[in-house]
Design a protein around this ligand. Sequence first.
Ligand code: URA
Length: 261
Amino acid sequence: MRRELAEAAVDLAAYLKGLDDSLAEPVPGGAAGAAPAPSLAAASSPARPPEPAMREERPADMDALAAQVRGCRKCGLGHARLKAVFGVGSCKARVVFVGEGPGFQEDHQGEPFVGRSGQLLDKILETVLGLKRADVYIANIVKCHPMKNPETPEAHGNDRPPTPEEISACRPYLDEQLRFIRPACIVTLGSVATKVLLGTEKGISLVRGRAYDYPVELFGPGHPIKVVPTYHPAALLRNPNLKRDTWEDMKLLKSLLDAAK
Ligand code: URA
């Protein structure tokens, strides 16, 4: 027991050190602060959100779905964005990380989490889970960049959270992605993704620290996907004190992935 604790302390110290480089500069703006979290590890479900329906023809595979997303103009974001940001990683991934929506860098490159938040996410994946970005799947709730001023996609500081209308227009695409991947776990990054996927009004600091059943039964009763909510990497960049809780959440994820093997 003592040895396990000592090993865990070494792990945590290595993780904190590994993340330090990414935490040198503060990031403006931002997500929720820390609060004490419940320590329960058992899975349970909060209120079930209504299951959104695909309004277009069901795509045959992930490539067909990506083509649908690239052609999507269901909300204003599709008209203003530079590139649709569909998702990246392995279609056989056992865990899917879900963020809020693309920012400036992602809009330019067409890939989720490629800015400073993404670099930090990559480090967390590697140091705690021993995984590379190519081993997991990374996507967002909305696939196009929500901009304060849609006329200026080249401007920095133009990000805003997606509106409820934009979220409900885009939400069915994520469930289609999950159907193709069939992951054991989803990690929701930050309050927006957590609220949308768990159908809760509670902020991330109150919800994190335990696992839930994904309220949408994509694979029938008795085959839930486990949801592990954690802080958005941008929140860690602003507040390094959140790194410890994130480490706990990733350890919880690891135990769920190990148990689902
Ligand atoms: N933040 C997100 O929520 N998603 C991204 O893809 C990048 C930053």
